[in-house]
Design a protein around this ligand. Structure first.
Ligand code: COA
Length: 355
């Protein structure tokens, strides 16, 4: 029987620190408002024209590969989770393969688009491939360059102040050691509220979903005939090309789904809240993490939060936080690590790992 272990982990955050006060210079917001509602003090932004979602993923991947004690060419499957890809297509997986210099073609590259739960989805996919013996070194990367696609006017402040750039990566390998590695993963989705947290345009929807739900938006389609609907002038003129979020709606569901999906993982494995050594939640909002921590009855030193420094880095948030906890000596062999995420889709999930 094979299990999937985390053989190596790495993370990378760009150097440029952007404080709440920096943002207050370009939009109507304040350090006080942002800290009070989200816990965020600052975030990192990649260097424009030099860094991308892929290149940050590469930096994190190189560390994970080195720590796993393998060579780049040993990687036999790449999973790349992001909502801010370099290109609409092809995905970041193949770009990362090229940047890493992996020239062999006996490697699969898969991009997944599950936003904040992307890393947990990736972990679950990797686990299926590894424990069935299909792959021996799966490289899973979560990376985001949000700063390229946010609205920096006051109109976009509810979304923009929350997000930051960065990347995290793990190398997953098989082990025969009983009760080691990924013990369980749980994935969920509910598309009912897809537009409550979404980046809709540009896109191939042609207004279909809005019409169906009775909330049509004028995207300037009326004169469009062939192929002019993906990105219209109206979308650009009226700023329909940024992420939107109904914050309170997302918040209420998140605080419900986090505890539910964690309990599901505990029930499946016959473990209890008391067995958790380290809880690494997706960094959506410090208030959400604190709420879940309380529900689990965990001490502050059993939860890793870094949203204060990096904001929400979406698919990168869990691997960055997990890597920091590991580097700080807070995750050791035999520890039970609990991961959980909730985000756009909505999709959510959890994982229990015996380190
Ligand atoms: N600075 C100052 N004021 C802001 C602001 C900002 N950055 N963003 C919004 N506001 C204003 C709003 O315009 C609104 O003003 P009004 O009362 O005059 O209309 C007021 O603050 C309250 O807005 P609201 O959206 O109700 O705030 P909130 O208390 O819900 O906090 C979030 C907003 C986004 C911090 C919070 O809802 C949240 O964290 N939700 C979950 C988001 C999340 O987890 N997203 C990622 C999922 S993975």
């Amino acid at each position: 029987m094979l299990y999937t272990k985390v053989a190596g982990i790495g993370h990378y955050v760009p150097e440029e620190v952007v404080t709440n006060n920096d943002l207050a210079e370009v939009m109507e917001t304040s350090d006080e408002w942002i800290q009070e509602r989200t816990g965020i003090r600052e975030r990192r932004y990649g260097i424009k024209h030099e860094e991308t979602t892929t290149t940050m993923g590469v930096r994190a991947a190189e560390i994970a590969i080195e720590r796993a004690g393998i060579q780049k060419e040993d990687v036999d499957f790449i999973i790349f989770a992001t909502l801010s890809p370099d290109y609409y297509f092809p995905g970041c997986g193949v770009l990362l393969q090229r940047e890493l210099g992996i020239t062999k073609t006996e490697v699969g590259a898969l991009d997944i688009r599950n936003q904040c739960s992307g890393f947990i989805y990736g972990l679950s996919i990797a686990d299926q491939f590894v424990k069935t013996g299909m792959y021996k070194n799966v490289l899973l990367v979560g990376a985001e360059m949000h700063s390229m696609g946010l609205d920096f006017s006051t109109r976009g402040r509810n979304v923009t102040v929350i997000f930051g750039d960065g990347a995290g990566a793990v190398v997953l390998q098989p082990t025969e050691e009983e009760n080691r590695g990924i013990l369980t993963t749980h994935l969920h989705s509910d598309g009912t509220y897809a537009e409550k947290l979404a980046f809709i345009n540009p896109g191939a929807h042609g207004g279909y979903h809005h019409k169906k739900m009775g909330n049509e938006v004028d995207y300037g389609y009326k004169d469009a005939k062939y192929g002019e609907m993906f990105l219209t002038q109206t979308m650009m003129d009226e700023a329909h090309i940024y992420p939107n979020m109904e914050g309170q709606f997302v918040f209420k569901l998140a605080v419900q789904k986090f505890p539910e999906v964690i309990q599901e993982a505990l029930d499946k494995t016959g473990l209890t809240k008391e067995d958790i050594d380290m809880f690494v939640p997706h960094q959506a909002n410090l208030r959400i993490s604190q709420f879940v921590q309380k529900r689990l009855g965990l001490r502050d030193d059993q939860v890793w939060n870094n949203i204060q420094k990096y904001g929400n880095t979406t698919a990168a948030s869990i691997p960055i936080a997990l890597c920091e906890a590991f580097e700080a000596g807070k995750v050791n062999k035999g520890d039970l690590v609990c991961l959980a995420a909730f985000g756009s889709g909505f999709t959510w999930g959890s994982a229990l790992i015996r380190w």
